[in-house]
Design a protein around this ligand. Structure first.
Ligand SMILES: [Zn+2]
Length: 415
Protein backbone atom coordinates (compact mmCIF):
# COMPACT_ATOMS: atom_id res chain seq x y z
CA UNK A 1 0.00 0.00 0.00
CA UNK A 2 1.33 3.41 -0.95
CA UNK A 3 -0.69 5.42 1.57
CA UNK A 4 -2.32 4.79 4.91
CA UNK A 5 -5.62 2.94 4.72
CA UNK A 6 -8.52 5.24 5.59
CA UNK A 7 -12.16 4.19 5.77
CA UNK A 8 -14.68 6.75 4.49
CA UNK A 9 -17.20 6.06 7.24
CA UNK A 10 -19.45 9.03 6.31
CA UNK A 11 -19.77 7.73 2.75
CA UNK A 12 -20.41 4.18 3.99
CA UNK A 13 -22.99 5.28 6.57
CA UNK A 14 -24.69 7.33 3.85
CA UNK A 15 -24.97 4.22 1.64
CA UNK A 16 -26.27 2.12 4.57
CA UNK A 17 -28.92 4.79 5.29
CA UNK A 18 -29.85 5.13 1.62
CA UNK A 19 -30.30 1.37 1.23
CA UNK A 20 -32.49 1.35 4.37
CA UNK A 21 -34.95 3.70 2.65
CA UNK A 22 -35.77 0.87 0.23
CA UNK A 23 -38.24 -1.15 2.27
CA UNK A 24 -41.66 -2.70 1.98
CA UNK A 25 -42.64 -0.91 5.21
CA UNK A 26 -42.09 2.71 6.32
CA UNK A 27 -38.90 3.76 8.18
CA UNK A 28 -37.37 2.83 10.53
CA UNK A 29 -38.58 -0.66 9.62
CA UNK A 30 -36.61 -2.45 6.93
CA UNK A 31 -38.36 -5.32 5.13
CA UNK A 32 -36.92 -6.70 1.90
CA UNK A 33 -38.13 -10.15 0.97
CA UNK A 34 -36.45 -12.05 -1.85
CA UNK A 35 -37.45 -10.74 -5.30
CA UNK A 36 -40.00 -8.31 -3.89
CA UNK A 37 -40.14 -4.93 -5.61
CA UNK A 38 -38.01 -3.52 -2.74
CA UNK A 39 -35.45 -6.32 -3.06
CA UNK A 40 -35.12 -5.69 -6.81
CA UNK A 41 -34.68 -1.94 -6.27
CA UNK A 42 -32.07 -2.59 -3.55
CA UNK A 43 -30.19 -4.93 -5.89
CA UNK A 44 -30.18 -2.26 -8.63
CA UNK A 45 -28.88 0.36 -6.18
CA UNK A 46 -25.94 -1.73 -4.94
CA UNK A 47 -25.18 -2.81 -8.48
CA UNK A 48 -24.85 0.86 -9.42
CA UNK A 49 -22.42 1.39 -6.51
CA UNK A 50 -20.36 -1.61 -7.64
CA UNK A 51 -20.12 0.00 -11.09
CA UNK A 52 -19.06 3.35 -9.61
CA UNK A 53 -16.27 1.54 -7.73
CA UNK A 54 -15.01 0.10 -11.03
CA UNK A 55 -15.95 -3.51 -10.27
CA UNK A 56 -16.98 -5.97 -12.97
CA UNK A 57 -20.31 -7.65 -12.38
CA UNK A 58 -22.19 -10.87 -12.98
CA UNK A 59 -25.37 -12.42 -11.64
CA UNK A 60 -26.23 -16.13 -11.53
CA UNK A 61 -29.55 -17.89 -12.14
CA UNK A 62 -30.81 -17.47 -8.56
CA UNK A 63 -29.75 -13.85 -8.29
CA UNK A 64 -26.49 -14.19 -6.35
CA UNK A 65 -24.50 -11.05 -7.32
CA UNK A 66 -20.74 -11.08 -7.90
CA UNK A 67 -18.70 -7.86 -8.15
CA UNK A 68 -15.01 -8.35 -8.91
CA UNK A 69 -11.86 -6.28 -8.58
CA UNK A 70 -9.55 -7.97 -10.96
CA UNK A 71 -6.12 -8.93 -9.60
CA UNK A 72 -2.80 -9.08 -11.42
CA UNK A 73 -2.74 -12.87 -11.66
CA UNK A 74 -6.00 -14.09 -13.14
CA UNK A 75 -4.87 -17.71 -12.89
CA UNK A 76 -5.10 -17.64 -9.08
CA UNK A 77 -8.42 -18.24 -7.28
CA UNK A 78 -9.92 -14.98 -6.01
CA UNK A 79 -10.43 -13.96 -2.39
CA UNK A 80 -14.14 -13.53 -1.61
CA UNK A 81 -16.16 -11.50 0.85
CA UNK A 82 -19.81 -10.47 1.09
CA UNK A 83 -23.13 -11.07 2.83
CA UNK A 84 -26.82 -10.41 2.11
CA UNK A 85 -29.17 -7.45 1.67
CA UNK A 86 -32.53 -9.20 2.10
CA UNK A 87 -34.25 -8.47 5.43
CA UNK A 88 -36.98 -10.28 7.32
CA UNK A 89 -40.23 -8.38 7.98
CA UNK A 90 -39.77 -5.66 10.62
CA UNK A 91 -35.97 -5.80 10.57
CA UNK A 92 -33.25 -3.16 10.84
CA UNK A 93 -30.59 -1.75 8.54
CA UNK A 94 -27.36 -3.49 9.56
CA UNK A 95 -27.83 -7.30 9.41
CA UNK A 96 -26.13 -8.43 6.19
CA UNK A 97 -25.85 -4.90 4.82
CA UNK A 98 -22.72 -4.13 6.88
CA UNK A 99 -21.04 -7.14 5.22
CA UNK A 100 -21.99 -6.03 1.69
CA UNK A 101 -21.53 -2.25 1.86
CA UNK A 102 -18.65 -2.64 4.35
CA UNK A 103 -16.88 -4.91 1.85
CA UNK A 104 -17.52 -2.35 -0.89
CA UNK A 105 -15.96 0.36 1.30
CA UNK A 106 -13.03 -1.96 2.13
CA UNK A 107 -12.36 -2.34 -1.61
CA UNK A 108 -12.75 1.39 -2.23
CA UNK A 109 -10.35 2.15 0.64
CA UNK A 110 -7.77 -0.32 -0.71
CA UNK A 111 -8.06 1.28 -4.15
CA UNK A 112 -7.65 4.78 -2.68
CA UNK A 113 -4.44 3.88 -0.92
CA UNK A 114 -2.90 2.43 -4.07
CA UNK A 115 -3.09 -1.27 -3.18
CA UNK A 116 -2.94 -3.62 -6.17
CA UNK A 117 -4.22 -7.15 -5.48
CA UNK A 118 -2.42 -10.15 -6.94
CA UNK A 119 -5.50 -12.34 -6.51
CA UNK A 120 -8.82 -10.87 -7.62
CA UNK A 121 -11.16 -9.78 -4.81
CA UNK A 122 -14.81 -10.76 -5.30
CA UNK A 123 -17.76 -9.32 -3.38
CA UNK A 124 -20.77 -11.67 -3.27
CA UNK A 125 -24.32 -10.62 -2.40
CA UNK A 126 -26.14 -13.85 -1.54
CA UNK A 127 -29.74 -14.42 -2.53
CA UNK A 128 -32.24 -14.94 0.31
CA UNK A 129 -30.11 -15.49 3.39
CA UNK A 130 -33.36 -15.06 5.27
CA UNK A 131 -35.95 -17.84 5.07
CA UNK A 132 -38.95 -15.48 4.72
CA UNK A 133 -40.16 -16.43 1.27
CA UNK A 134 -39.45 -20.15 1.02
CA UNK A 135 -39.04 -21.21 4.66
CA UNK A 136 -35.39 -22.11 4.15
CA UNK A 137 -32.46 -19.81 4.93
CA UNK A 138 -29.29 -19.24 2.89
CA UNK A 139 -30.90 -20.27 -0.38
CA UNK A 140 -28.25 -18.62 -2.57
CA UNK A 141 -25.22 -19.95 -0.68
CA UNK A 142 -26.77 -23.43 -0.30
CA UNK A 143 -27.09 -23.61 -4.07
CA UNK A 144 -23.57 -22.19 -4.61
CA UNK A 145 -22.22 -24.93 -2.35
CA UNK A 146 -24.33 -27.63 -3.98
CA UNK A 147 -25.80 -28.51 -0.60
CA UNK A 148 -29.40 -28.33 -1.87
CA UNK A 149 -30.39 -30.53 -4.82
CA UNK A 150 -31.77 -28.54 -7.76
CA UNK A 151 -34.93 -30.69 -7.71
CA UNK A 152 -35.58 -29.55 -4.15
CA UNK A 153 -35.03 -25.91 -5.14
CA UNK A 154 -37.43 -26.38 -8.07
CA UNK A 155 -40.09 -27.73 -5.70
CA UNK A 156 -39.95 -24.71 -3.34
CA UNK A 157 -43.14 -22.65 -3.18
CA UNK A 158 -43.80 -19.43 -1.34
CA UNK A 159 -46.95 -18.64 0.65
CA UNK A 160 -48.75 -17.63 -2.57
CA UNK A 161 -47.79 -20.86 -4.35
CA UNK A 162 -45.15 -19.25 -6.56
CA UNK A 163 -42.06 -21.29 -7.39
CA UNK A 164 -38.45 -20.14 -7.38
CA UNK A 165 -38.57 -20.35 -11.18
CA UNK A 166 -41.66 -18.08 -11.32
CA UNK A 167 -39.95 -15.49 -9.15
CA UNK A 168 -36.56 -15.54 -10.80
CA UNK A 169 -38.25 -15.34 -14.22
CA UNK A 170 -40.17 -12.28 -13.06
CA UNK A 171 -36.81 -10.85 -11.93
CA UNK A 172 -35.40 -11.35 -15.44
CA UNK A 173 -33.30 -14.40 -14.60
CA UNK A 174 -35.46 -17.08 -16.22
CA UNK A 175 -33.05 -17.72 -19.09
CA UNK A 176 -30.04 -18.24 -16.81
CA UNK A 177 -28.86 -21.82 -16.30
CA UNK A 178 -29.51 -23.24 -12.80
CA UNK A 179 -26.89 -25.93 -13.44
CA UNK A 180 -24.22 -23.24 -13.44
CA UNK A 181 -25.00 -21.84 -9.97
CA UNK A 182 -22.95 -24.43 -8.10
CA UNK A 183 -19.33 -23.36 -7.58
CA UNK A 184 -16.55 -25.93 -7.90
CA UNK A 185 -14.67 -26.64 -4.69
CA UNK A 186 -11.81 -24.20 -4.08
CA UNK A 187 -13.26 -21.62 -6.46
CA UNK A 188 -11.91 -19.10 -3.95
CA UNK A 189 -8.72 -18.94 -1.93
CA UNK A 190 -10.84 -17.93 1.05
CA UNK A 191 -14.08 -16.25 2.09
CA UNK A 192 -14.40 -13.67 4.92
CA UNK A 193 -17.84 -12.32 5.90
CA UNK A 194 -18.18 -9.15 7.99
CA UNK A 195 -21.36 -9.20 10.09
CA UNK A 196 -22.90 -7.65 13.19
CA UNK A 197 -22.66 -10.11 16.10
CA UNK A 198 -26.44 -10.32 16.73
CA UNK A 199 -25.50 -11.24 20.31
CA UNK A 200 -24.28 -9.34 23.39
CA UNK A 201 -20.73 -10.68 23.98
CA UNK A 202 -18.56 -8.12 22.18
CA UNK A 203 -20.50 -5.15 23.52
CA UNK A 204 -20.46 -6.60 27.04
CA UNK A 205 -16.72 -7.14 26.98
CA UNK A 206 -15.95 -3.89 25.15
CA UNK A 207 -14.09 -5.79 22.41
CA UNK A 208 -14.46 -4.26 18.92
CA UNK A 209 -13.67 -7.35 16.81
CA UNK A 210 -14.81 -10.97 17.01
CA UNK A 211 -13.17 -13.61 14.83
CA UNK A 212 -15.38 -16.62 14.22
CA UNK A 213 -13.80 -20.05 14.76
CA UNK A 214 -16.90 -22.18 14.24
CA UNK A 215 -20.53 -21.83 13.26
CA UNK A 216 -23.09 -23.95 15.10
CA UNK A 217 -24.92 -26.73 13.25
CA UNK A 218 -28.56 -25.70 12.81
CA UNK A 219 -31.50 -28.02 12.24
CA UNK A 220 -35.24 -27.59 11.92
CA UNK A 221 -38.00 -30.13 12.57
CA UNK A 222 -41.63 -29.72 11.55
CA UNK A 223 -44.17 -31.84 13.40
CA UNK A 224 -47.88 -32.36 12.83
CA UNK A 225 -49.85 -34.09 15.59
CA UNK A 226 -53.35 -35.50 15.07
CA UNK A 227 -55.37 -36.48 18.12
CA UNK A 228 -59.09 -36.64 18.75
CA UNK A 229 -61.18 -33.52 19.30
CA UNK A 230 -64.38 -33.28 21.29
CA UNK A 231 -66.50 -31.30 23.68
CA UNK A 232 -64.49 -30.07 26.65
CA UNK A 233 -67.32 -30.95 29.02
CA UNK A 234 -68.60 -34.18 27.56
CA UNK A 235 -65.33 -35.91 26.65
CA UNK A 236 -64.03 -37.55 29.84
CA UNK A 237 -60.30 -37.54 30.61
CA UNK A 238 -59.89 -41.28 30.09
CA UNK A 239 -61.04 -40.95 26.46
CA UNK A 240 -58.73 -38.11 25.52
CA UNK A 241 -56.06 -38.02 22.82
CA UNK A 242 -55.18 -34.33 23.17
CA UNK A 243 -52.82 -33.05 20.47
CA UNK A 244 -51.79 -30.00 22.53
CA UNK A 245 -50.75 -32.06 25.54
CA UNK A 246 -48.68 -34.34 23.32
CA UNK A 247 -47.08 -31.24 21.81
CA UNK A 248 -46.45 -29.82 25.28
CA UNK A 249 -44.61 -32.94 26.38
CA UNK A 250 -42.57 -32.86 23.17
CA UNK A 251 -41.61 -29.20 23.72
CA UNK A 252 -40.35 -30.16 27.18
CA UNK A 253 -38.42 -33.07 25.63
CA UNK A 254 -36.74 -30.56 23.27
CA UNK A 255 -35.65 -28.50 26.27
CA UNK A 256 -34.42 -31.65 27.99
CA UNK A 257 -32.47 -32.78 24.91
CA UNK A 258 -30.52 -29.49 25.05
CA UNK A 259 -30.05 -29.47 28.84
CA UNK A 260 -28.95 -33.11 29.05
CA UNK A 261 -26.57 -32.99 26.07
CA UNK A 262 -23.67 -31.88 28.27
CA UNK A 263 -22.91 -29.12 25.76
CA UNK A 264 -23.11 -25.44 26.75
CA UNK A 265 -23.63 -24.71 23.04
CA UNK A 266 -26.72 -26.91 22.62
CA UNK A 267 -29.93 -24.89 22.26
CA UNK A 268 -33.40 -26.23 21.52
CA UNK A 269 -36.45 -24.07 20.79
CA UNK A 270 -40.04 -24.87 19.93
CA UNK A 271 -40.73 -21.59 18.19
CA UNK A 272 -43.99 -22.52 16.47
CA UNK A 273 -46.91 -24.21 18.27
CA UNK A 274 -50.35 -23.85 16.69
CA UNK A 275 -53.47 -25.81 17.59
CA UNK A 276 -56.87 -26.55 16.13
CA UNK A 277 -59.65 -25.82 16.66
CA UNK A 278 -58.46 -23.28 19.23
CA UNK A 279 -61.72 -22.90 21.14
CA UNK A 280 -61.94 -22.81 24.93
CA UNK A 281 -64.55 -25.56 25.11
CA UNK A 282 -62.97 -27.91 22.59
CA UNK A 283 -60.26 -30.56 23.06
CA UNK A 284 -57.36 -29.74 20.69
CA UNK A 285 -57.40 -32.28 17.85
CA UNK A 286 -54.40 -31.05 15.85
CA UNK A 287 -51.11 -29.32 16.62
CA UNK A 288 -48.24 -28.07 14.49
CA UNK A 289 -44.80 -27.54 16.01
CA UNK A 290 -41.58 -26.25 14.52
CA UNK A 291 -38.44 -27.00 16.45
CA UNK A 292 -35.00 -25.41 16.04
CA UNK A 293 -32.03 -27.28 17.51
CA UNK A 294 -28.36 -26.29 17.29
CA UNK A 295 -25.01 -27.37 18.59
CA UNK A 296 -21.40 -26.89 17.55
CA UNK A 297 -20.60 -30.61 17.13
CA UNK A 298 -22.46 -32.50 14.44
CA UNK A 299 -22.49 -35.90 16.20
CA UNK A 300 -23.79 -34.36 19.43
CA UNK A 301 -26.44 -32.32 17.55
CA UNK A 302 -27.56 -35.43 15.64
CA UNK A 303 -27.72 -37.46 18.87
CA UNK A 304 -29.99 -34.79 20.36
CA UNK A 305 -32.20 -34.83 17.24
CA UNK A 306 -32.48 -38.60 17.56
CA UNK A 307 -33.52 -38.21 21.22
CA UNK A 308 -36.19 -35.68 20.23
CA UNK A 309 -37.44 -37.97 17.48
CA UNK A 310 -37.75 -40.92 19.82
CA UNK A 311 -39.52 -38.72 22.40
CA UNK A 312 -42.05 -37.77 19.69
CA UNK A 313 -42.73 -41.45 18.96
CA UNK A 314 -42.95 -42.35 22.65
CA UNK A 315 -45.25 -39.46 23.66
CA UNK A 316 -47.54 -40.08 20.67
CA UNK A 317 -47.72 -43.84 21.37
CA UNK A 318 -48.55 -43.19 25.03
CA UNK A 319 -51.25 -40.62 24.20
CA UNK A 320 -52.73 -42.32 21.16
CA UNK A 321 -51.89 -39.38 18.91
CA UNK A 322 -50.57 -39.87 15.37
CA UNK A 323 -47.76 -37.78 13.99
CA UNK A 324 -45.90 -36.71 10.89
CA UNK A 325 -42.34 -35.53 11.53
CA UNK A 326 -40.12 -33.90 8.90
CA UNK A 327 -36.48 -32.78 9.14
CA UNK A 328 -36.60 -29.54 7.14
CA UNK A 329 -32.85 -29.14 7.41
CA UNK A 330 -30.01 -30.60 9.42
CA UNK A 331 -26.93 -28.72 8.30
CA UNK A 332 -23.38 -29.49 9.38
CA UNK A 333 -21.44 -26.99 11.50
CA UNK A 334 -18.61 -25.08 9.86
CA UNK A 335 -15.13 -25.08 11.26
CA UNK A 336 -13.32 -21.93 10.24
CA UNK A 337 -9.89 -22.06 8.67
CA UNK A 338 -7.02 -21.57 11.15
CA UNK A 339 -4.94 -19.55 8.68
CA UNK A 340 -7.84 -17.18 7.94
CA UNK A 341 -8.59 -16.78 11.66
CA UNK A 342 -4.92 -15.91 12.28
CA UNK A 343 -4.98 -13.49 9.33
CA UNK A 344 -7.95 -11.59 10.78
CA UNK A 345 -6.39 -11.59 14.27
CA UNK A 346 -3.15 -10.11 12.96
CA UNK A 347 -5.07 -7.59 10.81
CA UNK A 348 -6.86 -6.51 14.00
CA UNK A 349 -3.51 -6.10 15.76
CA UNK A 350 -2.21 -4.05 12.83
CA UNK A 351 -5.28 -1.78 13.17
CA UNK A 352 -4.59 -1.49 16.93
CA UNK A 353 -7.89 -3.19 17.79
CA UNK A 354 -8.54 -5.84 20.43
CA UNK A 355 -10.04 -9.04 19.03
CA UNK A 356 -11.37 -12.27 20.49
CA UNK A 357 -12.18 -15.63 18.94
CA UNK A 358 -15.82 -16.68 19.13
CA UNK A 359 -18.51 -19.09 18.00
CA UNK A 360 -21.34 -17.99 15.74
CA UNK A 361 -24.57 -19.38 17.11
CA UNK A 362 -26.63 -17.81 14.37
CA UNK A 363 -25.96 -19.28 10.96
CA UNK A 364 -24.84 -17.31 7.96
CA UNK A 365 -23.97 -17.78 4.30
CA UNK A 366 -20.45 -18.55 5.54
CA UNK A 367 -21.78 -21.90 6.86
CA UNK A 368 -22.35 -22.98 3.25
CA UNK A 369 -19.32 -21.20 1.77
CA UNK A 370 -17.28 -23.46 4.08
CA UNK A 371 -18.11 -26.26 1.64
CA UNK A 372 -16.59 -24.23 -1.21
CA UNK A 373 -13.40 -22.81 0.32
CA UNK A 374 -11.68 -21.90 3.63
CA UNK A 375 -13.79 -19.39 5.59
CA UNK A 376 -14.02 -17.15 8.62
CA UNK A 377 -16.18 -14.23 9.79
CA UNK A 378 -15.49 -10.86 11.38
CA UNK A 379 -18.07 -9.82 13.98
CA UNK A 380 -18.62 -6.28 15.24
CA UNK A 381 -20.69 -5.36 18.31
CA UNK A 382 -24.34 -4.34 18.02
CA UNK A 383 -26.26 -2.48 20.71
CA UNK A 384 -27.75 -4.82 23.31
CA UNK A 385 -27.10 -7.76 21.00
CA UNK A 386 -30.35 -6.77 19.26
CA UNK A 387 -30.97 -7.86 15.68
CA UNK A 388 -33.92 -8.58 13.38
CA UNK A 389 -35.61 -5.48 14.83
CA UNK A 390 -35.88 -1.89 13.59
CA UNK A 391 -33.77 -0.65 16.54
CA UNK A 392 -30.80 -2.85 15.54
CA UNK A 393 -27.73 -0.58 15.75
CA UNK A 394 -23.97 -0.54 15.38
CA UNK A 395 -22.19 2.80 15.68
CA UNK A 396 -20.25 4.31 12.76
CA UNK A 397 -17.04 3.78 14.77
CA UNK A 398 -17.85 0.10 15.38
CA UNK A 399 -18.54 -0.35 11.67
CA UNK A 400 -15.37 1.55 10.70
CA UNK A 401 -13.28 -0.82 12.85
CA UNK A 402 -14.85 -3.88 11.20
CA UNK A 403 -14.31 -2.50 7.70
CA UNK A 404 -10.68 -1.62 8.44
CA UNK A 405 -9.98 -5.15 9.70
CA UNK A 406 -11.76 -6.61 6.67
CA UNK A 407 -9.74 -4.41 4.29
CA UNK A 408 -6.42 -5.32 5.93
CA UNK A 409 -7.41 -9.02 5.88
CA UNK A 410 -8.39 -8.92 2.21
CA UNK A 411 -5.13 -7.13 1.40
CA UNK A 412 -3.09 -9.88 3.09
CA UNK A 413 -5.06 -12.67 1.42
CA UNK A 414 -4.93 -11.07 -2.02
CA UNK A 415 -1.20 -10.27 -1.92
ZN1 LIG B 1 -27.37 -11.73 8.34
Amino acid sequence: MNARLTIDIEGLQGRIDKLATISEQPAPVVTRVLFSEADLRARALVRGWFGEAGLSFRQDAVGNLFARWEGQDLALPAVATGSHIDAIPNAGRYDGVVGVLGALEAIRALKRCGFRPVRSIELIVFTAEEPTRFGIGCLGSRLLAGSMPLERAAALRDGDGRTLHDLRSAAGLGAEDMDRVRLPRNSYAGFVELHIEQGPLLEGEGVPIGVVEKIAAPSTLRLQLTGVGGHAGAMLMAERHDALLAGGEIALAVEQAALSSGSPDAVGTTGVFRIEPGAVNSVPCRAWLEIDFRDTLLARRDAALARIESAVAEVCRKRGVSFNLERLNADAPALCDAYLVETVLSASAEAGLAARKMISRAYHDTLFMAQVCPVTMIFIPCRGGVSHRPDEYSSPEQIRCGVEVLALSLARLAS
